[in-house]
Design a protein around this ligand. Structure first.
Ligand code: GRF
Length: 246
């Protein structure tokens, strides 16, 4: 039943993204809730998000389906209106709001890092987190912060990457999961997924097809890092075993 529930949630998530914002029926759908076994020792994920949270949901589905040996210890947002926080709450996960508005970056980051430490987070996953991390923050979790970007880096870093790629006229685009360093969308690349840009695409259909790949790529990258089955040579992250989502 768990697999079926996961499948339904994934389909529901993509269908919802194709139409409009999350509706009430999804918010109250108990089939998307998960029970976590606190007796099993797992690695703790901390999710940072600022928006709708579809990448968070994909990670949570894979954790719940046993496809990712990890525990989501905390879902943290800097924005009270982030849809992803509500989705996490509905799943019974620990959610925390750490508002960034009106604070200096250092003050806000110290609060976030304190919350991550309090929840014994091993790996920080940025999932649509609309804040640049300072070098200090990055140093708190060396090679333990991941980000997902909706383009094939180093092409099209920054905001509206899908539109940047579409407007540029590329024939191939995709997504990148990378370690976070002190520069924007810059750290060593763990996983990339490429898709063709179709003649029939517009920037929205392209973004949706990239998003489908994001939902696969993030779990693959998390698994590689948590299992420690990689080494870094220069900028190259070399995975030593297949971590494809089953
Ligand atoms: C994704 O496109 C991700 O690549 C980018 O921000 C977006 C977040 O989407 N960093 P969601 O909130 O996970 O749906």
């Amino acid at each position: 039943m768990r697999d079926q529930g996961s499948f339904d949630c994934t389909r529901l998530r993509l269908a919802t993204l194709r139409t409009t914002r999350l509706d009430k029926s999804h918010r109250t759908d108990n089939s998307c809730r998960r029970v976590y076994d606190s007796h099993v020792t797992m690695k703790n994920l901390g999710i940072l998000l600022s928006g709708r949270g579809s990448n968070f949901e994909a990670i949570a589905d894979n954790v719940a389906a046993g496809k990712l040996d990890a525990n989501i210890a905390a879902v943290i947002s800097n924005r009270h209106d982030a849809g992803g926080i509500e989705l996490a709450r509905l799943r019974g996960l620990k959610t925390l709001l750490v508002p960034s508005r009106g604070k200096q970056r250092e003050e806000h980051e110290r609060e976030v890092v304190a919350v991550l430490r309090e929840h014994q987070v091993d790996l920080v996953c940025l999932a649509g987190y609309m804040r640049l991390l300072s070098p200090w923050f990055v140093q708190q979790f060396p090679n333990r912060i991941l980000n997902i970007h909706p383009a094939l880096l180093p092409a099209f870093p920054g905001l509206d990457a899908q539109k940047q790629a579409f407007d540029y006229g590329v024939k191939v685009s995709g997504c990148t999961v990378h370690f976070v360093d002190a520069d924007l969308d810059h750290g060593a690349i763990i996983v990339q997924k490429a898709i063709p840009v179709l003649e029939s695409d517009d920037e929205h259909t392209l973004a949706l097809r990239i998003l489908e790949q994001e939902h696969i790529a993030y779990t693959e990258a998390i698994r590689i890092v948590l299992e420690g089955k990689y080494r870094i040579e220069g900028r190259r992250v070399i995975a030593s075993a297949s971590s494809t989502v089953k």
